[in-house]
Design a protein around this ligand. Structure first.
Ligand SMILES: Cc1cc2nc3c(=O)[nH]c(=O)nc-3n(C[C@H](O)[C@H](O)[C@H](O)COP(=O)(O)OP(=O)(O)OC[C@H]3O[C@@H](n4cnc5c(N)ncnc54)[C@H](O)[C@@H]3O)c2cc1C
Length: 435
């Protein structure tokens, strides 16, 4: 019987443990986590208000098999038609922006439409040198400067020419809607755009933690063993792995941040250097409980630099368990790595910003809370591909598979992680954890 130890029990660790157990029911699978709190898929109730404390989370994918796969893990789910917007100069423009411009007055529709059509007409399928170049090539100046550049600068907290475009640019595939859609939007005809993403799924009750809990129950039913501990070191001793000096395994699957693995696995110096170069942003999620119903909206992007959050979301509209006369909202604010955000300032600035935007007023505000997550967004630095390869190769040389948002250092959602773990066919090919 083979012993497989999985480091980290967020969504990635759980999906990996389910896959290994399904492929090899007789293997002993142990999943180690420091708190088993759901990772970024956490929800908390504060004074009767439900918050997804890792930020606004929903399940969506253009692949039906991925949606079906995630939903079939377990839990009760509801489907909703996305009502997302970009809030620009006081107008809620339906998301995605390039389709939503139909709500603007004619002169603004024409201005933005020309920008997108000019980009389409002049498009050359050349690898952009950075994210800023990709945005300008794809949307041209007006849309880039009004919306995409400020919104992305807010999330990434650095000039966009310092961010690689490898993750958005796929040779031969221009990820913007058809020219027909743009013409309709310029003419003021409502269109949806990216129809496959216009529907999302969310647990019926108790928030996004239910997505994680469903996977936890499934893994538990399959016989996965859960061990609460902080992973500090993994050593190779006489052909086996020893975690924290006590858990022995034939195979190790890592989902912990790549930045931390050189120390945990005692890897060579060049791997430490690559890990040092990996960059990320932390995220603070500010939750507001309000004594009034939510408007008919889900999430709203706010590119304007006068507001610290890049997005706020009426998460009480996602599930089915918020009383009609109450609502919960979360706003997301990123901070560069190694900064220590002042949560009281963040709460104050979010409330002040939402009041200035006319989204809330002081009288209806019942609860304000904030949650800090050190690891929020992995950043696609210009050396990201090379640095992640160095670390992944070093792990591969000692037989360790690394997976997930942090284990691969990719800005992946839960659908992409699910897809990726299925692609790897854990237990069925060269990554066979049983060998
Ligand atoms: C603001 C925001 C919004 C998002 N929105 C969406 C969305 O709408 N839809 C979607 O699908 N995805 C969304 N995501 C992405 C989603 O949160 C991630 O893809 C997913 O949660 C990653 O799971 P993970 O297991 O890789 O990492 P995590 O969830 O970060 O889990 C890591 C786990 O490792 C544990 N751990 C870490 N270090 C140690 C250690 N040394 N020892 C023991 N345990 C350790 C932690 O306790 C944690 O349980 C969003 C992310 C953010 C930040």
């Amino acid at each position: 019987m083979s012993r497989v130890t999985i480091l980290g029990c967020g969504w990635s660790g759980l999906v990996a443990s389910i896959r290994v157990k399904e492929s090899h029911p007789s293997s002993e699978v142990v999943c180690i986590d420091r708190d088993f709190g759901g990772g970024l898929l956490r929800s908390e109730v504060v004074s009767g208000y439900l918050f997804d404390v890792g930020g606004s989370h929903v399940v969506f994918s253009r692949r039906h098999d991925v949606i079906d796969g995630i939903l079939s893990i377990g839990g009760e789910w509801g489907a909703r038609e996305r009502r997302a917007y970009v809030l620009l100069d006081g107008t809620f423009i339906p998301y995605p922006f390039e389709n939503g411009i139909y709500v603007l007055p004619p002169e603004k529709r024409a201005k933005n439409g020309k920008s997108i059509i000019s980009a389409l007409v002049n498009y050359r399928d050349e690898r952009p040198r950075n994210l800023k170049e990709w945005i300008l090539n794809t949307f041209d100046h007006e849309v880039a400067e009004d919306y995409l550049i400020p919104c992305n600068e807010k999330i990434w907290k650095r000039p966009l020419d310092q961010i690689s475009a490898d993750w958005v640019y796929i040779p031969g595939r221009l990820p913007i809607p058809s020219i027909d859609d743009i013409i309709d939007a310029v003419a003021g005809i409502p269109i949806v755009g990216y129809r496959e993403q216009a529907l999302f799924y969310y647990p019926r009750r108790d928030g996004i933690i239910r997505q994680w809990e469903a996977a936890y129950r499934r893994a538990e039913a399959l016989g996965v063993v859960f061990l609460k501990d902080t992973v500090r070191e993994v050593r190779r001793v006489s052909g086996e792995y020893v975690v924290n000096g006590r858990v022995r395994a034939d195979k190790v699957i890592n989902t912990l941040p790549l930045k931390e693995v050189p120390l945990i696995f005692n890897l060579p110096d060049d791997v430490f250097k690559a890990a040092d170069r990996l960059d990320y942003n932390s995220v603070v999620v500010v939750g507001l409980g309000l004594k009034r119903p939510a408007p008919n909206q889900h999430w709203i992007y706010v590119p304007d630099k006068h507001f610290i959050f890049h997005r706020y979301a009426w998460i009480s509209n996602y599930g089915e368990d918020t009383p009609k006369n109450k609502s919960s909202l979360v706003a997301e604010v990123t901070f560069p790595a190694n900064s220590i955000p002042d949560l009281d300032h963040a709460k104050h600035d979010v409330v002040d910003g939402l009041i200035r935007l006319g989204v809330i007023n002081n009288y209806e505000l019942d609860v304000v809370n904030a949650w800090y997550h050190r690891y929020g967004y992995p950043i696609y630095t210009l050396t990201h591909t090379q640095d992640t390869s160095i670390i992944k190769n070093a792990l591969s040389e000692i037989g360790v598979i690394t997976l997930g948002r942090w284990g691969e250092w990719q800005c992946w959602n839960t659908d992409k992680i699910y897809e990726r773990i299925n692609e790897l066919e854990l237990g069925r090919n060269s990554h066979n954890p049983m060998r």
